[in-house]
Design a protein. Structure first.
Length: 80
C-alpha cells in the first residue's frame, strides 16, 4: 500500500512540476517579448518597457514625497 501511495504522489508532483515549468517558461517568454528588443546579441528595453519604468519612477517619487511631507507635518501631533 505504501508503494502505491508513493507512486501516486510522485505522479502528481511530476505533473504539477511539468505544468509549473511550462507556465513559468511561457510567462518569461511573454515578458521578454513585451519589455525587450532583441537585435543580434544586444538586448535593449523596448519603448513600452521604458514608458513603464518612467511612470513607475514618477509614481514612486510622488508617493515618497507625500509620505515625507505627511511625516514632517505630523511631527508633534498626537497619534490617532
Amino acid at each position: 500500500m505504501t508503494a502505491l501511495m508513493s507512486e501516486i504522489i510522485s505522479l502528481l508532483v511530476g505533473g504539477i512540476t511539468g505544468v509549473a515549468t511550462g507556465i513559468g517558461g511561457g510567462l518569461s517568454t511573454l515578458a521578454q517579448n513585451i519589455f525587450l528588443d532583441v537585435s543580434g546579441d544586444t538586448k535593449t528595453l523596448s519603448v513600452f518597457g521604458a514608458l513603464i519604468v518612467i511612470f513607475a519612477g514618477i509614481s514612486l517619487a510622488i508617493g515618497l514625497s507625500r509620505w515625507v511631507v505627511n511625516f514632517v507635518t505630523s511631527l508633534g501631533a498626537r497619534n490617532r
